[in-house]
Design a protein around this ligand. Sequence first.
Ligand SMILES: [Cu+2]
Length: 254
Amino acid sequence: MNNGTSAGRCGQRPWWLCAGLAVAAIAGSLAARPASAYEVISVTNGGTIEGVVTLSGPRPAAAVITTTKNRDYCGDTIPDPTYSVNAAGDLANVLVYLKGITKGKAGPSEPLSLVNEHCMFSPRVQGAMVGGQIKISSDDPILHNTHPQNAETNATIYNIALPFKGFSVTKPLPANPELIKVKCDAHEWMHAWIMELDHPYYATTDAAGHFTIKDVPPGSYTLAVWHEAAGEKSEPVVVTAAKTTTTKITLAAK
Ligand SMILES: [Cu+2]
């Protein structure tokens, strides 16, 4: 039967052409293989990682962005959200994620949301999982141009004009995990970041520096925190079945 099958594929072609076709078929199937080795399993006794990220050292002075365009709508200045710190020094907009987790819960089914909102992007920082989609929209009556790029290479992912309030576009995320920086070509002060991972175990700290990552299969992991200006650090974390592991992480301002 096998002979019959290969004769059927190669027919009367010379052997070298037949071998070439076989190599091409193997290369094609490798290329089509998903980039991620992450395996979705049913997590029934998962643990929770909960914590607070705090800025150590002196607090950066509150900064403002001076706008340069559409000032009648955007205003002359906008508070700079780079270091969003509360009275206790807890830091918002930190992406917290597990490194090297190979199996666990499924990713979100809804697209990510990135809104052009009063001349800024909202949210500033968010996680994403490969295979997902992003809905880019505008709440502003002015022209924005949302331009996500690979943060390392500056390669353009897409470049989307949002001409009026209520306009939206939904696009697939890049096929491989990458850190994405988003800018607006119309307003150079607008920035957002998307940390695209091959798994769904990520969270962004809220205004109180707090984050929660749920349904983690019990085990030992590396917990990483990333901030657009303070950079990245990681530490080990142990997750126990159906329990909450609490952690406090400090990042130094740069
Ligand atoms: Cu804009």
